[in-house]
Structures are given as C-alpha cells and as structure tokens.
Design a protein around this ligand. Structure first.
Ligand code: PLP
Length: 412
C-alpha cells in the first residue's frame, strides 16, 4: 500500500493513457460510437463495460472517480457537478415519500435548506445534536432509513460522535452517510467509523484552489444493500455492496442530471495532487492563528478543535490526522465586526472555504442571514462570529494581518 500522495499522483499513469500521457486527457465528448450494434446494446444493458452517454459516464470524470475511491479507501465513486448535486441526487435516488432520516443539526447551511425541501416532498427529517450518539438513537423510528452527519461542523466546529453513530447505524441496519468535506480523506476516512456512503464537496479542499465546483459520493463497502427496501429490482444484481451507488449513478444521475463536466474533473484532479501538502500547511497555520486569537483580549471566544478547551478536543485528536483548517471566533462586544474585517489586508472577505487563500466572513450577516435571529441563536451563531478558512500563506503575514486589525479595533 503506497502513501496518500504517491497514490494520487500516479493514479492516471497506472491506467495506461494513450501516448504515455501523464495526465488523463480532457475527453470533451458526449456520445460514443460502436462498430457492432450488439456491443452498443450490451453496454446499455449493463452486460458489457463501456460508455453510453455523457450524463452518466465520461473517461476524464471516471479517472477522477477512481482517484477519489483510492483516497477514501472505497470500492467505487460517482462524481457530480457540485457537492449539493451529490447530496441531492443521493437522497432523491435512495429515499421515498414516507421514509424518515436523521440528520445532524450542525449542518452546512445549503444542506439544511435542501433537507427541508425534501421534507416538503414527503421525506421527513429529524435534526439532532450529533455530537452525542444518544440523540441520534432517540430519533430513530421504524421508518428511518438513513443517518446523515458531517465530520466537523461549519462554522462552530462541533465534532460529530462519528464512531458511536457508526455502531448505532450498524445495529439498526441504517445507511450511514458521512459528509467528509471539512476534513477530506487526508485528515479522516469515514470507512474507519463504519460509514456506508461518503460525501465530498470537491469544490473545497480536494479541488483546493477555488476555481472549480464538484462533488463526489463514495461507496466504502460496509453496507449490505440487499437488506435495503428501496433498491429497484433492475439494480439488484451483482455485488450487493454496490447496489446503492449503482442506483444513484444509473437512475439518479440519469433522472437528475447533475453531471460533472470533463473540464471540471481535470481541474479537480490537478488540485487533488497537492491535497496533503496544502492541508499540512493549512492545519499548521490554523493552529497558530487559533492560539493567537485565544490569547487576545479583543476576542471573546475561539472555536477550533485543536484547542484543549474545545468540548470535543479529545475526539478530534483520536479521529483526525489534524484538527482541520477552519476556525471561528467571537469578537468582544465593543468591537464593530465590519470595521474589524475592513482592516484586514491579506485575509480576504469572502464566502467559500478550502481555498489556498485565507478567507474571512461575518457569519450571521451573510450565509446564516436568511435563517433569522431565532434559528441562529439556537445554533449558537453570535452576531460577532467570524469564520476563517485558513489558507497556505506564510504564517507571519497572517499573524501580522490579524494583530494589526485587532490593535486597530482596540484604539477606538
Ligand atoms: C460546500 C459544502 C457542500 C456543498 O458543496 P458545493 O460544491 O458548494 O455544492 C456540502 N457539504 C459541506 C460540508 C460543504 O462545506
């Protein structure tokens, strides 16, 4: 078994590319021609490996899917146009009206919005505090089919009770979906806590440069889909570990159409080569900035799982290679959030996360604005909360930038 980066960097080459090319070429292509019509029929009927139509399969996208599977130690992956495309297609393909699922309430805002939309179409969701597996257990009903969690929550960095929820799902025969975006397969592999399916927004750390959107779903091979009631008879053949993902790919991608473009797959694949290098630097920078902020009197509270006073410090240490590259903090009430942010010269005022550049955003006034004050309060989102997605800049420049903005705020 080769190391993480060696595996990714050599993945294309080992699959024999034409002309000895070291990168999988961009196959800007939709349909595939066959010399023998019988082969065309066999491919469509799933009896023969081959390419049918670009909405479900493309060689460049397939090369990336292979790499994601290697990173996650999974058995197969499917890529999508965006992370939301991956999550939406997953629920659409595997759940039916009348089904119920349990979700962490500390959730990426758009995923939260998506789950509420599904509720309006007859798939019920219960949101619970997933830092405690007992809360998940209490929400399970006879109609429950699936549990959905993230690894580290954005923006308050709560760490999910990942291993205990894995045991619970196994006991109850539930599909366990782990959104690994915040940690990425370099910091954590959900296969180790008995996950069934892994979600990654490739837009974030795996792509890493803020220049392309993408999403992926990986089957890690822990779940027996023959016991899952919503698999269509068409997909109940072959290796039962793959039935769920096959239905997502064959039916979900066909019906929903959230396909990744070959150009996007190329960009993500280039980004993925340096995932480990970038995250090493980003996590080291994060730890330094969290430590600095925790010592400042202008800062009321810092949320970062690498700080010993974080409620899930021990869990993060046990599960993750490093405690991530996202932190948030509350400013003292005497400081104007916008004036503080406007003093920053290196750190960019922007949404998104997982970029090479350090990005800061006032959470309550932007990404969580639509939610309203009451829901924000219930999620512990203070009006002064600032989220920082830490980049790869030289740490001295980031420290100087933050110190300068804090000093300036104090003199007011
Ligand atoms: C960004 C994000 C998504 C959605 O990904 P997109 O590629 O932006 O659609 C899903 N889950 C988490 C945890 C995210 O941070």
């Amino acid at each position: 078994m080769r190391g993480f980066t060696t595996t990714i960097v050599h993945a294309d080459r080992l699959n024999a590319i034409e002309h000895g090319s070291l990168h999988k070429p961009i196959h800007a292509n939709v349909a595939y021609g066959y010399a023998d019509a019988r082969d065309l029929a066999a491919v469509f009927q799933g009896r023969q490996r081959g390419y049918s139509y670009g909405r479900q399969i493309n060689p460049t996208v397939e090369a990336l899917e292979h790499k994601i599977s290697e990173m996650e130690a999974g058995v197969a992956s499917v890529c999508f146009a965006t992370g939301m495309g991956a999550i939406g297609t997953l629920l659409f393909s595997l759940l039916k009206a009348g089904d119920h699922f349990v979700s962490s309430s500390f959730l990426f805002g758009n995923t939260n919005s998506l789950f509420n939309s599904f509720a309006a179409h007859g798939v019920d969701v219960t949101f619970v505090d997933a830092t405690d597996a007992r809360e998940v257990g209490n929400a399970i009903t006879p109609r429950t089919r699936l549990v959905f969690v993230e690894t580290i929550a954005n923006p308050r960095t709560q760490v999910t009770d990942l291993a205990a929820i894995g045991r619970l799902c196994r006991e109850h025969g539930l599909v366990y979906v782990v959104d690994n975006t915040m940690t990425s397969p370099y910091l954590f592999r959900p296969v180790d806590v008995d996950a069934s399916l892994v979600v990654n927004s490739l837009t974030k750390y795996i792509g890493g440069h803020g220049n392309v959107l993408g999403g992926a779903l990986t089957e890690v091979g822990n779940f027996d889909w023959s016991a899952f009631p919503n698999i269509d008879p068409t997909y109940r053949s072959g290796d039962a570990r793959l039935w769920g993902l096959t239905q997502v790919k064959k039916k979900g991608l066909r019906d929903f159409g959230a396909a990744m473009s070959p150009e996007s797959a190329h960009h993500v694949a280039i980004g993925a080569e340096t995932l480990a290098l970038r995250l090493e630097r980003q996590c080291a920078n994060s730890m330094a900035l969290a430590t600095l902020l925790a010592e400042r009197e202008e800062v009321r509270k810092v949320y970062y799982p690498g700080l010993t006073d974080h409620p899930e410090y021990d869990r993060a240490k046990a599960l993750f290679r490093h405690p991530g590259a996202l932190l948030s903090f509350e400013l003292d009430s005497s400081i104007d959030v916008f004036e503080f942010l406007n003093r920053l010269q290196v750190i960019v005022k922007s949404s998104n996360l997982g970029d090479n550049r350090t990005l800061a955003i006032p959470v309550a006034h932007t990404i969580y604005y639509e939610m309203g004050a009451q829901r924000r309060a219930s999620m512990g989102i203070d009006d002064s909360l600032i989220r920082i997605s830490v980049g790869i800049e030289d740490i001295d420049d980031l420290v100087a930038d933050l110190e300068m903005a804090l000093e300036g705020s104090r003199s007011r």
